[in-house]
Design a protein around this ligand. Structure first.
Ligand code: ATP
Length: 345
């Protein structure tokens, strides 16, 4: 399947000036981690180009996603977007500021929720939120007022006095998210914010994000490898694979690229009955994972395949089957995504 031109893939015209509604413009970003040597000089980790010519434009007020499997280069990219890591080459412009030359300006412009919370772990939920507000220039009264509002909004008041290190993974994540919201910033950069959260906490996160978009026109950059979350909350999404942006569009626009296809999943009781000719024929089209086969087929072929496996001798070997319209995972695979590992829950 065609992946379009390089400019289309990046969702921007390379080299063009950023438009007035562009909050963050990334041009030709490159970052290579050097090889790491193990014992006796043997290479433990090869050299890795984690950002490989990334171009992006994030517009005012949108939730812009970076979607890709583990190791695709999402965190490396956001660390450069937030001034925490210097790129080897390329530019990052945030609200008109050159963050490669002036990384120290990032703290005034954005709130960053990274994957680790170690810096806050010793503090109580309350103090983590208040301290973040103070570090962002609020006086004591304003920081405490903002802290109380955010903890109430996210349902954390009841555990405000507990240290982060004594909370569950999901509670800790929510507390770190709360702290990131104190002392409003126009841009929120959230690296997998809902990891480990139950559905109630997830909803609280997305409601809080929506409120800030409505009230202040906040812009959100969200890292995720969860395709369901991506389809539900994102306005636009850059699909990242091996340090490159392989597509950038709305979730619906991306899914339209594979709209002629249907996803057929077959789960066999023990193993596939390869002595049935129709099953043997399907095998060449299937991505196999244990007893589970996944096939992306034109709708007509999918119907024929279902008829073949449910109507004949293969049926006795079949444990379950599902037919579904394509998800962003199918888009990722159709675009040539190499690594498995996107999550669907
Ligand atoms: N400090 C480092 N030194 C060497 N290689 C690194 C380092 N950090 C990341 N990498 C490598 O760079 C690549 C991109 O990693 P990165 O953490 O940016 O991916 P990711 O998409 O954020 O993954 P995840 O979803 O697991 O967080 C991976 O191959 C990773 O092993």
């Amino acid at each position: 399947m065609s992946t379009g031109t390089a400019q289309e893939q990046n969702g921007t015209a390379a080299g063009a000036a950023a438009g007035p509604d562009v909050v963050c413009a990334v041009r030709d970003l490159v970052k290579t981690y050097p090889a790491v040597r193990g014992r006796r000089g043997a290479p433990a980790l090869p050299e890795t180009r984690a950002s490989d010519g990334v171009c992006l434009e994030v517009r005012r007020g949108e939730i812009f996603g970076l979607l890709g499997p583990n190791g695709a280069g999402k965190s490396t990219l956001v660390r450069q977007l937030t001034g925490l890591m210097r790129p080897d080459a390329g530019s990052v412009t945030l609200l008109g500021h050159d963050l490669v030359r002036h990384p120290e300006r990032a703290a005034r412009l954005l709130a960053y929720l990274g994957q680790e919370s170690t810096a806050l772990d010793e503090l109580t939920v309350s103090l983590a939120a208040e301290t973040t507000g103070r570090l962002r220039g609020l006086d004591v009264r304003a920081a405490r007022a903002a802290r109380d509002d955010v903890l109430e909004e996210l349902g954390l008041t009841g555990i405000a006095g507990r240290p982060l290190k004594k909370l569950s993974g999901g509670q800790r994540r929510l507390a770190c998210f709360a702290a990131a919201l104190v002392g409003e910033r126009p841009v929120l950069v959230l690296d997998e914010p809902t990891t480990g959260m139950d559905p109630v906490a997830r909803r609280a996160v997305w409601s809080a994000v929506d409120r800030r978009r409505e009230r202040h026109g906040a812009t959100v950059v969200l890292v995720t490898h969860n395709v369901i979350e991506a389809e539900t909350v994102l306005d636009r999404v850059a699909v990242i694979d091996q340090g490159r942006v392989i597509a950038c569009d709305t979730p619906a626009g991306l899914k339209a690229r594979v709209s002629g296809e249907v996803r057929l999943e077959l789960v066999w009781r023990e193993s596939a009955p390869l002595d049935v000719p129709e099953v043997a024929e399907l095998r060449g089209l299937a991505a196999e994972s244990g007893r589970r086969w996944v096939l992306r087929l034109p709708a007509e072929d999918a119907r024929a395949a279902v008829a073949a496996v449910t109507g004949g001798p293969a049926f006795a070997a079949l444990d379950d089957f599902t037919l579904a319209t394509p998800s962003l995972e199918d888009v990722y695979l159709a675009l040539g995504g190499k690594t498995k590992g996107l999550v669907k829950s």
